[in-house]
Design a protein around this ligand. Structure first.
Ligand SMILES: Nc1nc2c(ncn2[C@@H]2O[C@H](COP(=O)(O)OP(=O)(O)O)[C@@H](O)[C@H]2O)c(=O)[nH]1
Ligand SMILES: [Mg+2]
Length: 213
C-alpha cells in the first residue's frame, strides 16, 4: 500500500497561569513520540529550577530585539512586563519532519500564528474549574517564588485578561480533574491528526484506486 503521509500540526495551549497547562502539556509530551515542544525565548528572569534551553531560552532585551529584526521569531508578544517569542527554525524543522509541535503561548501569539497558518493550527484554551481554585493555585505557586500580595493581585488580574480570550480558541477544556483534562487534550490531538486536509497525496492515492475501474 502506498503510504499516506500527514502534515504536522501546531497545537497551541493557552490558559491563565495556574490553570494546569504545564501539567497537561508535559503529559502529552511524555506519551506522544512525534510531538515536540516549542521552547520560547523570553526576557523574564529565570525562576529556580528552570533550565535554559528546556523551559525557555533566557535572553536580554537586546538579544530579543535582534531575533525579531533577523525575522527569527514566528510570533512574539509582551506579557506582563516581559517579552516572549517563538523561535522560528525549530518549529519549521519539526513540521517538515512530519512532527507535531505543541506551544505554550498566550492569546496574542495564538492570534499571530492564526494569521500565518490557520489551516495547520489547533488551539485549546484551558480554564480552571473555579475562581477559588485558580487563586489557590496562584498562591501555592507564589509561596515557592516568594511573591508579594501585590504580585499575586497582578497575576489575578492578568489571569482575568487572558481568560477573556477563551472564545477565540477551537476548544476549551475546563480542568477540574487533571487526568480527565489530559485525556481530552489527547482526544483533540488524535482527532485533529486524522483530518482529511492533513493527509498528503490523498488525491493521487484515490486516483490509483480508481484506475482501470
Ligand atoms: N506570545 C507568546 N506567549 C508566550 C510565549 N512563551 C510563553 N508565553 C506566555 O507567557 C505567559 C507567562 O509565562 P511564564 O512567564 O512562564 O509564567 P506562567 O504564567 O507561570 O506560565 C504565559 O501565558 C505563556 O503562555 C511565547 O513564545 N509567545
Ligand atoms: Mg508557563
Amino acid at each position: 500500500m502506498q503510504e499516506i503521509k500527514r502534515r504536522g500540526l501546531m497545537y497551541v495551549m493557552s490558559s491563565p497561569s495556574g490553570a494546569g497547562k504545564t501539567t497537561i502539556t508535559r503529559a502529552l509530551l511524555n506519551t506522544n513520540d512525534d510531538l515536540v515542544m516549542s521552547v520560547s525565548a523570553t526576557t523574564r528572569t529565570r525562576r529556580a529550577g528552570e533550565v535554559h534551553g528546556q523551559d525557555y531560552y533566557f535572553v536580554s532585551v537586546d538579544e530579543f530585539r535582534e531575533l525579531i529584526d533577523a525575522k527569527e521569531m514566528l510570533e512574539h508578544a509582551k506579557v506582563f512586563e516581559n517579552y516572549y517569542g517563538t523561535p522560528r527554525e525549530p518549529v519549521e524543522k519539526a513540521l517538515s519532519e512530519g512532527k507535531d509541535v505543541i506551544f505554550d503561548i498566550d492569546w496574542q501569539g495564538t492570534q499571530q500564528l492564526g494569521e500565518m497558518a490557520r489551516e495547520d493550527l489547533v488551539t485549546v484554551f484551558i480554564l480552571p474549574p473555579a475562581r477559588a481554585e485558580l487563586e489557590k493555585r496562584l498562591r501555592t505557586r507564589s509561596r515557592d517564588t516568594k511573591e508579594s500580595e501585590a504580585d499575586i493581585r497582578g497575576r489575578m488580574s492578568k489571569a482575568a485578561d487572558e481568560m477573556s480570550h477563551y472564545s477565540e480558541y477551537d476548544y476549551v477544556i475546563i480542568n477540574n480533574d487533571v487526568e480527565e483534562a489530559i485525556r481530552k487534550a489527547q482526544l483533540i490531538l488524535d482527532s485533529e491528526r486524522l483530518k482529511r486536509r492533513r493527509m498528503v497525496g490523498l488525491s493521487d492515492f484515490v486516483r490509483g484506486l480508481k484506475e482501470g475501474l
